[in-house]
Every structure is written in C-alpha cells, then in structure tokens.
Design a binder for this molecule. Structure first.
Ligand code: PMP
Length: 290
C-alpha cells in the first residue's frame, strides 16, 4: 500500500504517496496516541463528511490532543485529496497522531500531525452474492469497560484486540469476529456494528462501550423511516438462537448480511435486503441545488 502512485494530504500539503513517511520515534507508534477515521465517497461526495471530521476531532480530544485544523478545514482537505487523486468512489483514511519531538509517556509538547489518504475501494455491488451472508467467529477478547479505555474514541490503540480477533477468526476460516463486551453482552465486530432481526423488530446493542458508528446511526434512522421498531438494548449471546436475520454496518462494510455466528445460524432476509437498498440509496450523492 505504501508503494502506490498518487497524493496524500500531509500536514497541509499534498505530498507524493511514497514520500508520506514518519520517523520511527513517533509517539503515536510507541504509545498509541493516534486516532483515525474511515469514510467513503460516492459519486464524488463524501458521505457524512462533517460527522466524520467532528468524530476525528472528538477522538483526539479524548486522547488529550487537539488537531490543529477546524472541521471545515478537514472537510476541505478530504475533498482536495480525493480530487487530486482523480477519485469519485473511494475510501478515505484521515489519521492524526503525536509526533516525534519527545519519546516518553508524557509528550504534551509534541507536534500533532494530520494526514489524509484515499484509495479506490468499490462497494460490493453483487447483491445476490452478498445476501449469502458472511460467517463470524466469536472473539476471545472483549470490548473493555469504558472505565478502562476511552471506548468512544476511534483510537488506534483500541484496534489491537480487533486485529488479534480478526486474525484468529480468519485462521479458522471465518470472515470476521463478533466481540462481546466486558460484561459478556453482544457488542460489535472488529470494525463494524451489529444488528439482529426477530419478528420484524430490529435489535442492536446499546453503544455504551464501543463506537456508535455513523452507519449504525444511519441504519437506525432508515429502519425507523420504514416504520420498523428498533430496540437498542442489552443482548446476551444466548439470545442469538432466537434471531432470524443478522447484519453488520460500517463505513467500509456498509450493510453486510451475516449467515453464521459460532453455533448460531441466520437467513439474510427481507428486512436486511430492504435496509441494504435503503443504505445504497442514502449514500448516493445529493444533486447540488442550482
Ligand atoms: N466499530 C468499529 C470497531 C469500527 O472500526 C467501525 C468502523 N469505523 C464501526 C464500529 C462502524 O463505524 P462507522 O459506521 O462510523 O464507520
């Protein structure tokens, strides 16, 4: 990924892709002082760009640093890098971190950096294939207690247990892993939120110790717009046997049906399909009023 041609927005400049480098003594690398975003552009428009930029700023503040750009400046930088790379349908990855002036746990004077990369990552259009659903493992690690980790920040450090869990799942032939929370309730996947359907009602865990995804919020709104009841509640893993459909949501995953979680089986059905269609329609670029 680091050997491509293209441009990366780096501390206010557009730099050639291969030259967007940092020093090995970067605080963000040693101590996890790094926050990021994952978002998509559809037809040249970044879906909910401002919400993502706001979350990036907020994630940094939770980690006790301030990104030296405003939300409007971050939004503009994302549009600029997308345009410079000649992309209209792409994934964007803004990342902010503490620099390399000092290497110790405390590094209050270190410079705060911001970089934004983007690359082509088409959304999965083959609906029939997608409706077969993906298979999920149940992760060994749990989402931490919010008293233990800054669980509402999209912080790089929180992804350590996600990478381990996803690797373990992949080694067993699964696409991803569902994680429980510190209390043993269903939480989310390693990079996406999770939803279940039973008797026409949409169920999803309360986002009290994991990311309340922008896609999660969008899908809840879309379900309500369809007149569906949405129950945000505590879901125990034993309950999975009673759900008929399951899907995961995320900026990258969009709405992806699930067919299997450990011993539990689901049949992606009409509600999942309807919400996939609604989401595809929702992300389409809004025509600019003349
Ligand atoms: N949970 C985790 C751990 C994630 O990495 C993501 C992807 N950012 C999500 C949930 C979904 O968030 P969003 O819908 O805002 O992309």
């Amino acid at each position: 990924l680091d050997q491509r041609d293209g441009w990366i927005w780096f501390d206010g400049q557009l730099v050639p892709w291969k030259e967007a480098k940092i020093h090995v003594l970067t605080h963000g690398l040693h101590y996890g002082s790094s926050v990021f975003e994952g978002e998509r552009a559809y037809g040249g428009q970044i879906f909910k760009s401002t919400q993502h930029s706001e979350r990036l700023k907020r994630s940094a503040q939770i980690l006790d640093f301030e990104i030296p750009y405003t939300v409007a400046e971050i939004d503009a930088a994302k549009r600029l890098v997308l345009e410079k790379n000649g992309l209209t349908d792409a994934y964007l990855r803004p990342i902010a971190w503490r620099g390399s002036e000092m290497l110790a746990v405390a590094a209050q004077q270190n410079k705060i950096h911001l970089a934004i990369a983007c690359w082509e990552w088409p959304s999965y259009f083959d609906q029939a294939q997608k409706m077969k659903g993906i298979r999920l493992d149940i992760a060994q690690y749990r989402r931490p207690d919010p008293a233990t980790a800054p669980s509402t920040a999209k912080a790089a450090g929180l992804y350590m247990i996600c990478t381990i869990s996803k690797h373990q799942a992949e080694k067993k032939g699964y696409a991803d892993a569902m994680m429980l929370d510190w209390q043993g309730r269903v939480a989310e996947c390693t990079g996406a939120n999770i939803f279940f359907i039973r008797d026409g009602v949409v169920h999803t865990p309360i986002a009290d110790c994991f990311l309340d995804g922008i896609t999660r919020q969008t899908v809840i709104e879309l379900a309500k717009r369809r007149g569906l009841e949405v129950a945000e509640r505590r879901i125990m893993p034993e309950e999975l046997a009673g759900f008929s459909e399951c899907f995961i949501t995320g900026s990258a995953a969009e709405v992806t049906p699930v067919s299997e979680i450990g011993p539990y089986r689901f049949q992606p059905g009409a509600i999942t399909k309807a919400l996939m269609d609604d989401y595809s329609a929702e992300v389409q670029p809004k025509s600019k009023a003349a």
